[in-house]
Design a binder for this molecule. Sequence first.
Ligand SMILES: NC(=O)c1ccc[n+]([C@@H]2O[C@H](COP(=O)([O-])OP(=O)(O)OC[C@H]3O[C@@H](n4cnc5c(N)ncnc54)[C@H](O)[C@@H]3O)[C@@H](O)[C@H]2O)c1
Length: 396
Amino acid sequence: MRVAIIGQGYVGLTIAVGAAGAGHTVIGFDVNKTLVDQLNQGHSHIEGISDSAIIGFIGNGTYKASSDPSVLEGAEVIVIAVPTPLDEKRNPDLSFVHDAAELIAKNVKTSALIVNESTSYPGTLRKEIAARITGVDHLFASSPERVDPGNTEWGTKNTPRLIGGLTSAAVAKARDFYASFCDSIIEVSSPEVAEAAKIFENTFRQVNIALVNEFAQISDALGISSREVIEAAATKPYGFMEFKPGPGVGGHCIPVDPSYLAHVANEVGVPATFIKRANEVNLAMPAYVVKRVVAANGGSIAGKSVIVVGVAYKADVADTRETPASAVIDMLREQGAIVMWHDDLVGNWRGESSAPLVAHEIAVVVTRHDGVSDAAIKASKYVFDCTGTVPGVDGI
Ligand SMILES: NC(=O)c1ccc[n+]([C@@H]2O[C@H](COP(=O)([O-])OP(=O)(O)OC[C@H]3O[C@@H](n4cnc5c(N)ncnc54)[C@H](O)[C@@H]3O)[C@@H](O)[C@H]2O)c1
């Protein structure tokens, strides 16, 4: 099939590679011209997708990036994979989705299957996308992306794929397309069910992470290790699922998607109390981390040198979106500490560069990438570990 993918970020490029690998002819469309040029020169910007994979697909004619919207015309399948962030009031910002729909409406005059993979609230495909693309007899389906960047066990191929369509013809066409590179396709009765399933999955994680973060604070006050308790609880073979405490939640999904659900809940007059409370608990974790560090250092860290280890939002990725490291660093600086950070995967961030991981008075481990040794972390006099991976030090 001739496939066009709108957005060549984490999700769009991952799908592009999956589809090109299945032998489809893929156009990766993105408004970011620099990114398009980089991709066409064979440079991947996503961990887990190698330059050589991109070069191979360009070489055999199954992949090309473009910033020219006229390439969308004639595609049999068009996938939308654009950002769905929150605005300054933490309400859904669907402007990228609307732009993508308008691009299709303007440029595509031949009937196609249009699939939305961007995460959004139930009703997005029907009301925010299909309603804006009129005059051509397109098929519309929702297939929310579940990719977990950096996860080597679960990828596009073996993660079951949900599909909900506006018509049964749309579902059948979407099944044909995704079955060519995904092992398991699960059809649901409507796009709204598929959309809601995705945000409910992430809300489930957000609420459980908040619960375990609150529990970590209770445990510490009781003088017991939350991690030992969680490990003990996880020996129960049924009815318990292990979540681990940390410095907060980051990335494009867990801190954002639940607010999409809260937004529609509010519209239909049902209070989303768990989401609200989970947000509060998770957003307060950086302050808790800094409070513990200050308390363990005699009540003041003014003038002390601190290295924050790992600023990406999770291990083994270079993504700093919504990372709790940002608030941890700001709050350490508000306490008068001299703060540097070390993260070779991230390199440059917020106008600063990664510092070498050498001995400081204090080390705060926010994210632990593979290859960062215990010895390098423990070179600092006092270590506070938010990851539970450095043996024999203070932490959550
Ligand atoms: N990153 C993840 O782990 C993940 C996982 C599952 C779902 N999602 C969801 O998938 C969607 C995309 O996320 P992402 O992480 O790939 O975002 P991203 O920021 O990595 O990439 C989005 C890309 O879309 C491009 N873009 C924006 N507007 C465009 C337009 N009108 N036309 C063409 N290109 C446009 C941007 O330039 C960017 O390259 C979001 O809804 C997100 O919530 C992300």
